[in-house]
Design a protein around this ligand. Structure first.
Ligand code: SF4
Length: 240
């Protein structure tokens, strides 16, 4: 681990603690799986509102597997992309029932083979349910890890592997939890609140912005000084 990475991780631990927090309400593995599928392009707060009633109505993967597609679409409508989400949830729960006795499998290959389950969802399950070290690359992790200079690029799978190399294993799960909080409270898109951030000392993006701002200020100062001199000379000429 580099000195720069250690500095960032120490500050994240110091400010946000080492607790595992899951922002999606759930009571078991299959509920978290469905909540995570619903969270694509949707806020966790909205998903929590929807799943409050949804998990009262559908009480097991078998209930979802037997759901009427149109009715499930209506039930999850407000989370967006509801056609695909409903179709995938039914297909995924059918596989859970037929292949795994209604349980959620632990392996990344088995999870990502389920309908609508990508690496991000699979890693949420592995980290939160099975406590397997895993890195969830969501929109906050992607954006802020780049800003902090821990990785560079846009491809979530590459970023996941690069972060696995950059961060010690014991930080993998909580890094995501801490970065989500940072992204929601301080390092917001599109305008981060750097003046409130505890990472300014180790954030290359912030430092580059500061450098740019001070260069622009110096250039402005030089232009102002030049025009002051020119106007003085003009006045002096007139007086002659
Ligand atoms: S200093 Fe600014 S850009 Fe860097 S992590 Fe903090 S809020 Fe984000």
């Amino acid at each position: 681990m580099t000195k720069h990475t250690k500095e960032i991780l120490d500050l994240l631990d110091e400010h946000y603690g080492k607790e595992y927090v899951c922002y999606l309400n759930h009571e078991n593995a299959w509920q978290l799986l469905i909540a995570t599928m619903l969270s694509a392009q949707c806020t966790d707060a909205r998903v929590n509102i929807v799943t409050k009633d949804l998990f009262q109505k559908y009480k097991s993967p078998a209930d979802f597997a037997a759901a009427d597609l149109k009715e499930l679409e209506r039930d999850i409508h407000s989370t967006g992309f509801y056609h695909n989400k409903a179709k995938n949830i039914i297909a995924c729960c059918k596989t859970l029932c037929e292949k795994y006795g209604g349980e959620v499998p632990e392996g990344i290959d088995e999870l990502t083979a389920l309908a609508g389950v990508g690496r991000k969802t699979a890693n949420v399950i592995r980290g939160n349910i099975f406590h397997e070290p895993s890195i969830v690359v969501d929109t906050h992790v992607k954006r802020i890890s780049n800003k902090l200079g821990l990785v560079s690029g846009d491809d979530p799978v590459k970023l996941e592997y690069d972060l696995m190399k950059a961060l010690p294993k014991e930080h993998w799960i909580r890094y995501n939890i801490q970065i989500i909080r940072l992204g929601r409270e301080i390092c917001k898109a599109p305008t981060p609140k750097c003046s409130e951030c505890f990472l300014t000392g180790c954030c290359p993006t912030y430092q580059a912005e500061q450098k740019k701002a001070s260069k622009a200020k110096a250039a402005k100062g030089r232009t102002a000084a030049k025009s002051k001199t020119a106007s003085k000379e003009k006045t002096a000429k007139k007086e002659k």
